[in-house]
Design a protein. Structure first.
Length: 164
């Protein structure tokens, strides 16, 4: 199963020169190497609500040249997760120097998790989103249930299409 994971702004977010946002996916305690990403901002400005701020699977440095239109970060590269088991533990680790505590981060960001034409948009301030805060600027988001739902929907659709 191919999965893409992106962070979107829910409202306007001020960015200062030198801000960085790194992410990686952890599958049953192992870091998925192809998931590692870093978005570095070498400009100061405002990113409008509803725009992609960061995504998994690539490194990108944004400068003033990227501000020719309305700014939006590059899309995610898909992760390949071969098997999904109900007991799998899948987490997203976010490290940044923009939000140091979860209070403001969860108000500003949402996750977009997609596989094929199936998409889940998840505001981080939803009560069913589990976030650990092990230190300033580091957050661990439990994304396992959201990916399992996408997998189930994908498999269910494929099964029903087989019998038509």
């Amino acid at each position: 199963m191919q999965v893409g994971i992106e962070l979107f702004t829910q409202r306007a977010v001020c960015i200062n020169h030198g801000y960085e946002l790194s992410m990686k996916a952890v599958y049953n305690g192992e870091i998925l190497e192809e998931s590692k990403s870093r978005d570095t901002f070498e400009f100061s400005g405002t990113i409008l609500g509803g725009k992609r701020l960061a995504a998994l699977g690539r490194e990108r440095c944004y400068t003033y040249r990227d501000l020719t239109g309305i700014f939006e970060a590059e899309p995610a590269c898909n992760l390949n997760i071969l098997l999904i088991d109900p007991d799998d533990d899948i987490r997203l680790i976010i490290e940044n120097n923009i939000w140091l505590d979860p209070g403001s981060m969860v108000q500003d960001l949402s996750l977009k998790i997609f596989s094929g034409n199936r998409v889940r948009e998840i505001p981080l301030n939803r009560p069913d989103v589990k976030i650990d805060w092990p230190g300033r600027g580091k957050f661990i988001v439990d994304i396992g249930e959201f990916i399992k739902v996408l997998h189930y929907e994908r498999c269910n659709i494929q099964k029903t299409n087989i019998f038509r």
